[in-house]
Each structure stands twice: as C-alpha cells, then as structure tokens.
Design a protein. Structure first.
Length: 456
C-alpha cells in the first residue's frame, strides 16, 4: 500500500514528501479501524479540478464490504461525495452524509480531516452501505438518532406553541444550544439537509457537522455548497451560548444572476457585431461614392454614410455597456466626434460644447438620439456658417422629470427661413423620429443670430 500511496500522490496531488510520508503513517492503522468500525476505510487526497483521488483503502474482515473490488487510484466527484469535498475544503469532520460510490451504490460516509502542520492534506473516510431506516445503524456515537437524543437531553428551549409558524417559514432554521447541539430544526431545515445528502434527521447532531464553514460572522454570508448557493444569518439569543442559524436557498437567484450576466454579454456582442457590420456598409458606400461623377449624388451618399456612422457610434457605446444603458452625454459626445470627422468643411472652425444634465438612456433612445443629433449637427455644419470664419454649437441637456428630458441644439450661424426648409429630408427625419420613436415634440427658432432646435 505504501508504494501505491507514493505513486498516486506524486502523480495526482501537490503534496510534499513530508506530507506523503505522513499519509503513509496514517494508513498503517486503516485495517484496524476498518474492523473496529465495521466499515470500508479510505484516504482521499485533493487533486486538480476539484476532485480527489483515493490513495489508500481498507476492507473490513469482520463483515461484508460495501465494495466488490479495490478502487485505488479512482476519483471522487464532489457531486457524488459531498462529505469528502466539504472536509477537504473546510478541514472539518462531516458525519452521516449520503454518497454514491465508485461502484454506483448508495453509501453513508463519515469523513475526518488529515492535517499536517495545520494544512488539510487528506480525508479519512468511513463508508457503509446506506441501510438507514431511522434507527441506529452501527456507527456508534456518530449516528445518534433524534428519538434517542430527545430522551437523553432536556430541552432548554420551548417552541411547541409556535412550531406551526416555524415549520411554514421559507428559510431553514436551526437552534443550537450551549453545547453546540442542534436542539431544534424546522421542516425546511430537515428537507434542506436531506437534499444536501445528510442521512436522517439533523436534530441532535453537532452543529459543527452541519456548518458551511462560516460560523464566525456578524451579518449575512453567502456560500456555495456543491451546486447550491445559500444565504446564512446568525441569530443571537439572550440566553448565553444559545443561537440560531437561518439559511435561505438562493440557488435560483444566483442562476438568474448568471443568466442575466450571460444575456448581457450576448447583447454586448450583438451590438459589437452590428457596429462592425454598419462600418463595413459605410466603407462600401464610401468606395462607391468615389466612383460617382455627379456631385449631387455623391453628396447624398455622403449623407447616408453619416447616418450609418451615427447608428454605428451608438452601437459602439452600447457594446461597452454591461447593463445595456448608456449615459446621454456619452452618446452626444460620440455623435459630435463622428460629425466633425466626416464633415468636409468647417470642421476645424466650429466648436461644439455639451452642457447640462447627464443621465442613463436605453438602447432604443440612444440609437434614435444618435440619428437625430447627426441630422441637426450636419445641417448646422453645412448651412449655418456659410461665409463665416468660425462658429459655435451648444448642446444643452436638461432632465425635466424622471420620464422626460429636453435637448436643445443652438448655433450662432446665419439662420434660415423655416418655411423654405420644411421639405428638407434631414429635418423630416428629425421630426419623424421625435414623433414616432420618442413620442415627443419638436420646436425650431431661427434668425440672423442663429438657430435653436429643441425637442422633448
């Protein structure tokens, strides 16, 4: 057996030579322990990936073994043997927990940590076939039943008058006395520990056998046990040494959180791909526009490129957002940069200033706003500063209420006659988007001192 321990530990674990030697020393008592407890005895050592490897095994000679063959070198999965995983992780003894053996049999386990210089280097596991029927099943003092406990232990806590409330509460409740013994558990606690693999009732067991490794905490703590997530709260009592433990199963909540994170990642990737696709389309149109001799047609294509780039800029921002919302000033700043970059004239002589409130907007509003501002800024760049050496554009954002906001775009250009421009495609796009997408209103003022456009 010593040679097996050495080779298995070297192949599958990170144990040092001293630690392996200590495992060998412990293994020398396994045959004696197996006969004394009338149980199969194993030593498991942790290996990579969360599993553990069986490095030593002893079968009882005084009774039937739970195993047909020796299983040295086989692995124990946390989902099949939660007690082994718990003891390796916490360094605590775990008693009377159900498991599935490597030969696919239902077994009951007691696991004890093997420690060397305060480090848990392995687990000593006692196993018997699961024949638990609510009576004493041979593991001596480890397996005291609730009935036996209730006869031999005088309760210091009375709960009969309000038991119906405790049994119907959502959380699992344990009450522990000054000796560390569970003196009460509600039905939710009984079901929870049964679900975790504990055989029989937890009433009368030592709490240290049931804890999740978070005994010392002042407020709620979240822990992961196998595939489950729990929120644990400690309830102090006015009686010395007595306390309660309240456990909530938050597995579903954690799964929903994970789903939301995955959904957010998918949406981010979608926005990123849309942005890339729009940029490819924009590049193709740009290449095509260079082959067109008609100046009017070329200008129309340039306008189209600008609109595509505006939508792409919105999707670029959204691809960087975790929750799918973006800040309104970020959207405005992005569109201003796009317009300046694509503008054929005045881009170096016109300044754009963004002032006012900043708040979050969703993806639909961000895309619509990008198109709106693109049209308004393009219009100013093309017409407002004709014959001028410089110009200013100010964009003011005001949050009117929790639901509505107002955006005002002002320039100090030469103005225009509103009646003559009502058929302009860009302004028609603006009005349509505000009315149909934003469900808002649109106002325009223009004079020789400049133009002001505002929408709510």
């Amino acid at each position: 057996m010593k040679e097996n321990i050495l080779s298995l530990c070297r192949e599958y674990t990170d144990l040092s030579s001293e630690e392996i030697a200590y495992i060998k020393k412990i293994s020398m008592a396994m045959d004696f322990l197996s006969d004394t407890e009338e149980a199969d005895v194993f030593i498991n050592c942790a290996c990579s990936g969360g599993d553990s490897v069986i490095v030593a095994q002893a079968k009882p000679k005084v009774c039937e073994s739970a195993y047909d063959k020796y299983i040295l070198g086989m692995f124990s999965k946390p989902m099949n043997e939660p007690a082994v995983e718990r003891t390796l992780r916490l360094g605590l003894t775990t008693k009377r927990v159900k498991a599935i053996s490597q030969e696919n049999r239902q077994i009951i386990q007691i696991t004890m940590p093997i420690k060397y210089k305060e480090r848990t280097i392995g687990v000593m596991t006692y196993e018997r076939l699961n024949t638990f029927d609510g009576k004493e099943n041979g593991f001596h003092e480890y397996f005291n039943t609730p009935d036996k406990y209730q006869k031999n232990h005088k309760r210091s806590i009375k709960y009969q008058d309000f038991r119906w409330i405790l049994d119907n509460m959502e959380g699992a409740l344990l009450i522990i006395d000054s000796n560390g013994i569970v003196v009460f558990r509600n039905e939710s606690a009984k079901k929870l520990y049964f679900q975790l693999g504990y055989a029989g009732d937890v009433l009368g067991q030592e709490y240290r056998n049931l804890s999740f490794g978070v005994d010392d905490f002042d407020s709620a703590a979240e822990v992961k046990v196998g595939r489950f997530y729990f929120k644990i709260m400690k309830i102090d009592s006015s009686m010395e040494g007595i306390f309660g433990i309240l456990i909530y199963d938050i597995t579903l909540i954690k799964r929903k959180e994970k789903e939301l994170i995955l959904k957010s990642i998918v949406i981010q990737e979608m926005h990123h791909r849309i942005k890339n696709s729009l940029q490819i389309i924009s590049s193709l149109i740009s290449l095509q526009s260079r082959r067109i001799n008609c100046e009017e047609s070329r200008k129309l294509l340039v306008d189209t490129i600008s609109r595509i780039q505006a939508i792409a800029a919105a999707h670029q921002l959204l691809s960087e957002s975790v929750i799918g919302d973006v800040m309104i000033k970020d959207v405005i700043s992005n569109i201003a940069d796009v317009v300046v970059r694509l503008s054929e004239a005045n881009s170096n002589r016109v300044s754009i200033t963004i002032t006012g409130d900043d708040f979050e907007i969703n993806s639909d509003i961000a895309t619509t706003l990008s198109l709106l501002l693109n049209e308004l800024l393009q219009n100013s760049f093309k017409h407002a500063f004709s014959g001028r050496e410089s110009g200013k554009i100010i964009i003011v954002v005001k949050k009117e209420t929790q639901i509505y906001g107002r955006i005002t775009v002002k320039d100090d250009g030469i103005g225009f006659k509103i009646d003559r421009n009502t058929s302009n495609l860009g302004m028609n796009i603006v009005k349509t988007l505000i009315k149909d997408k934003l469900k808002g209103s649109f106002h325009t003022k223009s004079s020789e001192k400049g133009t002001t456009v505002s929408f709510v």
